[in-house]
Design a protein around this ligand. Structure first.
Ligand SMILES: [Fe+2]
Length: 289
């Protein structure tokens, strides 16, 4: 099973970190060509197709991106990013892409891909709304089947450190949902998730929490980690023989290979109480036992 992944294309206006000569459309075309030549079973796009400016400009930029995606003859799964809904509605996005942007479950044989789409409407001061408003759907989806699940969201919910991140070191609460812990613990309690793929944070990371492997993929157009080059990143995910590999290609290469299994197959021990609440006498007795 091979999935070609792209994220944070950010077609449209330039940002602080973008090369002034950058044009994402040829790079997106190359990605689609690669997905075709690699015979990818699926193209997964993790959102932020555009950098928003005005409704009219965003509509035009989004249409240009969608047109290129349509060249892929197989299954495509798109999730929306915060920039995709700054000036366009979800319905606008659905009309442009010709497909629903609601949360969905894709049956891929030995496992399932769950594209979970809680609101990505971020505000400058607050950040994202709670994701738990959409949590019942996700937990029901996970519990409805016994196969391992890959969850895909624009925004990561690993809670991983943003130290060093150009965008989020000083604004870490914009990097995830405010209730990411609640969501993660509910997902972990199902024991069904194996892998959680996200974009948004514009860097490659892997964070294992309770044996759910959270992986974030670098943005196509970013260069805060690769200046003066643009990352020009896309990824190939392969799942076989109980393992998965994610290879990120372009100027910010990354490779991870880990077991692919439901977290419930190898649950972690629950974290111990805070050290200042441990009775030293009882603890000494426990260790002697
Ligand atoms: Fe982004």
């Amino acid at each position: 099973m091979k999935i070609a992944i792209i994220t944070d294309i950010h077609h449209g206006s330039l940002s602080h970190t973008k090369d002034p000569n950058w044009d994402g459309l040829p790079a997106l075309r190359e990605f689609i060509d690669r997905a075709i030549s690699e015979k990818a079973d699926l193209v997964l796009d993790l959102g932020d197709h555009i950098s928003d400016t005005t409704h009219e400009a965003d509509h035009r930029a989004m249409s240009e991106v969608a047109e290129i995606f349509k060249a892929f003859p197989g299954l495509r799964v798109h999730v929306l990013g915060n920039h995709d809904v700054a000036n366009l509605s979800i319905a606008d996005n659905e009309a442009i892409f010709g497909q629903s942007m609601a949360s969905s479950i894709i049956d891929l044989g030995d496992f399932r891909l769950i594209a979970w789409q809680p609101s990505v409407a971020a505000t400058l001061r607050v950040g994202f709304p709670n994701a738990a408003d959409h949590l019942d759907w996700l937990i029901e989806a996970l519990n409805a089947d016994d196969r391992p699940a890959v969850i895909a969201t624009h925004v990561p919910l690993s809670g991983h450190s943003q130290i060093g991140n150009y965008y989020f070191q000083r604004t870490p609460h914009h990097s995830t949902y405010p209730d990411h812990t609640v969501v993660r613990e509910a997902v972990e309690a199902t024991g069904k998730a194996a892998l959680w793929l996200s974009g948004h944070v514009h860097w490659n990371t892997v964070t294992n929490v309770g044996n759910v492997q959270h992986v974030t993929i670098q943005s196509l157009s970013e260069r805060f980690t690769t200046a003066p080059l643009t990352a020009a990143a896309h990824a190939i995910l392969e799942i076989e023989d109980g393992q998965f590999t994610v290879d990120v290609y372009g100027n910010d290469p990354f490779h991870v290979r880990l077991p692919f299994r439901k977290s419930g197959d190898r649950p972690w021990m629950a974290p111990m109480p805070p050290l200042d609440r441990i009775d030293p006498v009882l603890e000494a007795e426990r260790l002697r036992a």
